[in-house]
Design a protein around this ligand. Structure first.
Ligand SMILES: *[C@@H]1O[C@H](CO)[C@@H](O)[C@H](O)[C@H]1NC(C)=O
Length: 241
């Protein structure tokens, strides 16, 4: 953990377990907590294993994102919206390109995310961004629209916080994390074009959208998607088609 990440919010609400194999973030009346990557990345698979708050987590939010943290930011979001039981968690995704967001899609999950760790990741390359739950794609944003996120390096950030509807009688609320290795191109100010080098051995550089990914995505969208910003348009933007 400590090789790749720094605690960014409320160290007294963060428990680093063992030699950093697991980290717990705790939310109570006094504070939430968070951590973020030391470095920024441009393309790769960026993910964390997360076990969400068990039992009644209503009103709690675990946010997990890649963000450039710049004006005109690029940002990819997973937000886990708590509920009265684990199985009724909502997974909300969003995506900002050059500061433009409002692209929410929401899903139910096909497992209880509070019972075990699951791997939530972004597979990001010059062709597309894939939002993955374990090895299942739940969302894709293809490089067919201008702008596409490919110029700003992004860091990894996560936190837990409480909205006004939290029942504090059930505090503390704990989200657990594992899997802190990062399989991505680390951005360097001194050689900024390095991550765009497609001749390299990086497996993600050549990953293109294919029928198997599309089949799994279609299955998830048909059975687990509960909300899609695309359906609010009469003629949806290109990214929706
Ligand atoms: C909580 O669960 C109920 C029942 O499944 C659902 O209707 C509601 O949208 C959920 N709320 C959130 C924030 O996920």
């Amino acid at each position: 953990f400590s090789g790749n990440y720094d605690i960014t919010w409320a160290p007294d609400h963060v428990d680093v377990i063992g030699h950093g194999q697991e980290v717990d973030l705790r939310l109570d009346r006094s504070s939430g907590a968070g951590f973020g990557s030391k470095n920024r990345f441009l393309f790769g698979q960026l993910g964390l294993q997360i076990k969400l708050v068990p039992y009644d987590s209503s009103g709690t939010i675990v946010a997990y994102m890649l963000s450039s943290l710049t004006d005109d930011r690029d940002e990819l979001d997973f937000e886990f919206l708590g509920n009265s039981t684990g199985q009724s968690y909502t997974l909300q995704t969003n995506l900002f390109v050059s500061g433009k967001g409002k692209r929410e899609q929401r899903f139910k999950l096909w497992f209880d995310p509070t019972a075990d760790f699951h791997f939530y990741s972004f597979v990001w390359n010059p062709f597309q961004v894939i939002f993955m739950v374990d090895d299942i794609p739940v969302r894709v944003f293809k490089n067919t629209t201008d702008p596409y996120p490919s110029t700003k390096p992004m860091g990894i950030y996560t936190n837990i916080w409480g909205s006004s509807s939290v029942d504090w009688d059930h505090a503390p609320f704990v989200a657990s994390y594992r899997g802190f290795t990062i399989d991505a191109c680390q951005y360097s100010e001194t050689s900024p074009d390095d991550c765009h080098d497609t001749n390299s051995q990086r497996w993600w550089s050549s990953l293109e959208w294919n029928d198997q990914l599309q089949g799994n995505l279609s299955f998830v969208r048909r059975n687990y998607m509960i909300d899609d910003y695309c359906s609010a348009y009469e003629s949806p933007p290109l990214e929706c088609t």
